[in-house]
Design a binder for this molecule. Structure first.
Ligand SMILES: Cc1cc2nc3c(=O)[nH]c(=O)nc-3n(C[C@H](O)[C@H](O)[C@H](O)COP(=O)(O)OP(=O)(O)OC[C@H]3O[C@@H](n4cnc5c(N)ncnc54)[C@H](O)[C@@H]3O)c2cc1C
Length: 452
């Protein structure tokens, strides 16, 4: 059991789950918290270090429905988060996929069943869609149908992560970034079971009563998770709009099509992000995470922040351009820029892995984000703290437990097929240079080893 003056390390504390955890710990009165990360907030390696992310309340049942409603309230109520929420609504549309259409209809029925029908509307055809989204007037969306969801929109992700980082400093949370903040291994007691802290890549030893690993897509490469999570990447790209085009898209709903991809309104500077939907890519490689006595072949992230000249696969470029051409034929000629790959780690059943590691006393795992978790920034840390304080409901404890036994061969944690591998993709160009510690330090910013 922890006490308010327990020494707590949050590894990955400049990312999404880690910074939320540190925030909730600090707000609950814990006095000796330190975040460790390769990068200072907003961490360059975080999947959340991005212009914008979708948020929606379209699921009302199941665990993600419960969490979506809770996080929506927090984004609206918490003065730390509210400035980054844009309540513009959402269109969730389908084209040929009848399964998707029936899923969307089920969401509508579930919403009606709890008396929230004013939150949704069924759009049966192009005319209905254009009433909500006149900006799609040139779009090739004949035959599309789906939902409009009022309590939805997007959040300014990078800015929100930055604000949480600043709040942590204000609340007295300590930190170490660069090589001194980069996890290399656990420090174990003589019994081989008690986690005493973390050794960083520069050799610094950080001792603690509790270590929380919230290292996103890197988690399975750092600690042997026994195949419970698989890291995959997606890609996005941007186009530049004119001030007039920005004005015409101001406050427009986010638009999502599971068969195609999604986009949100452009930034005031005219930058508009597009993402294509697919199963994601792995990058299979050999590594030896802590706790494994042999090298294992798993998907190992290769971050855009550390490899900024990497290009994205040709199919990715095609996929992103297809979203643009379908929805904004007038923008189809605009060049894509700042294309990048972004990494998540999916648990096999689509739920977080949020539990004490049964092999090491004092090690908490907070990972397995399944692509849903940026919107949970205001609340995910609450559940990590509840776990620490033994306040999680039995249902949540069971859902997020250590569970390697449950994985079936084809489980991916998401809809769709098995991911292909990046190495097999045409156009994924990369240098083979491995970043040295000094490069990591330089890229991580000026705060190597800096402790507040
Ligand atoms: C293209 C794309 C679009 C997405 N869109 C949405 C969306 O619209 N809405 C939504 O809710 N979610 C979205 N997501 C998912 C969301 O971004 C993730 O679920 C969430 O950011 C994961 O949080 P995390 O804390 O697990 O990982 P991260 O935020 O990635 O944080 C991991 C942290 O661990 C640190 N770390 C790694 N290795 C080490 C080490 N050795 N030592 C110390 N620190 C380390 C990293 O630097 C990083 O800061 C999207 C993801 C992608 C890829």
């Amino acid at each position: 059991m922890v006490s308010k003056n327990s020494k707590i390390l949050v590894v990955g504390g400049a990312g999404t789950m880690g910074s939320s955890t540190a925030l909730h710990l600090a707000r609950r009165g814990y006095t000796d918290i330190r975040v460790l990360d390769m990068f200072q907030p907003p961490s360059g390696n975080s999947a959340g270090n991005d212009m914008n992310k979708l948020i929606s309340t379209q699921y009302v049942d199941g665990i993600w429905g419960r969490l979506a409603l809770e996080t929506w309230s927090e984004w609206n109520a918490d003065p730390l988060f509210k400035p980054f929420l844009h309540t513009v609504g959402r269109l969730d549309l389908a084209q040929h996929d009848e399964d998707r259409v029936s899923q969307l209809k089920k969401q509508l029925e579930a919403t009606k069943a709890i008396g929230r029908e004013d939150n949704m509307e069924w759009l049966s055809n192009k005319q209905d869609i254009l009433k909500k989204a006149p900006f799609l007037c040139e779009a090739d969306i004949e035959g599309w149908k789906g939902l409009w969801i009022r309590d939805s929109g997007w959040v300014a992700a990078r800015d929100a992560l930055t604000a949480v980082g600043a709040e942590l400093r204000k609340l007295g949370v300590k930190s170490a970034f660069g090589t001194a903040g980069t996890f290399k291994s656990l420090i174990l007691g003589e019994d081989g079971r008690t986690c005493l802290g973390v050794r960083a890549v520069d050799g610094t030893e950080w001792y603690a009563d509790t270590v929380i690993m919230a290292t996103g897509a890197w988690s399975p490469t750092l600690i042997d998770l026994e195949d419970q999570c698989i890291s995959k990447c997606w890609q996005f790209g941007h186009i530049q709009l004119t001030p007039e085009e920005v004005e015409s898209l101001r406050d427009t709903p986010t638009t999502y099509n599971m068969e195609l991809g999604f986009f949100m309104e452009p930034s005031p500077q005219g930058v508009m992000k597009f993402v294509n939907e697919f199963e994601g890519y792995t990058r299979m490689a050999t590594c030896r995470p802590f706790g494994s006595d042999k090298d294992i072949k798993i998907s190992v992230p290769r971050s855009h922040a550390l490899h900024p000249t990497d290009t994205i696969p040709e199919d990715g470029v095609k996929g992103i351009k297809k979203v643009i051409k379908t929805c904004f034929p007038n923008f189809a000629h605009k060049p894509l820029f700042d294309t990048a790959i972004c990494w998540c780690t999916d648990s096999y059943d689509g739920n977080w892995l949020l539990c004490e590691d049964p092999r090491y006393n004092g090690l908490i795992l907070a990972t397995g984000d399944c692509g849903h978790t940026f919107k949970m920034l205001p609340i995910v840390g609450k559940y990590v703290c509840d776990l620490l304080e033994n306040k999680l409901s039995d249902e949540d404890k069971n859902r997020w437990r250590w569970r390697p036994e449950g994985k079936k061969p084809n489980d991916t944690g998401r809809e769709g097929g098995q991911p292909q591998d990046l190495a097999d993709q045409k156009g994924w160009c990369h240098d083979d240079e491995i970043q040295s510690d000094s490069t990591i330090t330089a890229l991580a910013g000026r705060m190597n080893g800096h402790s507040i």
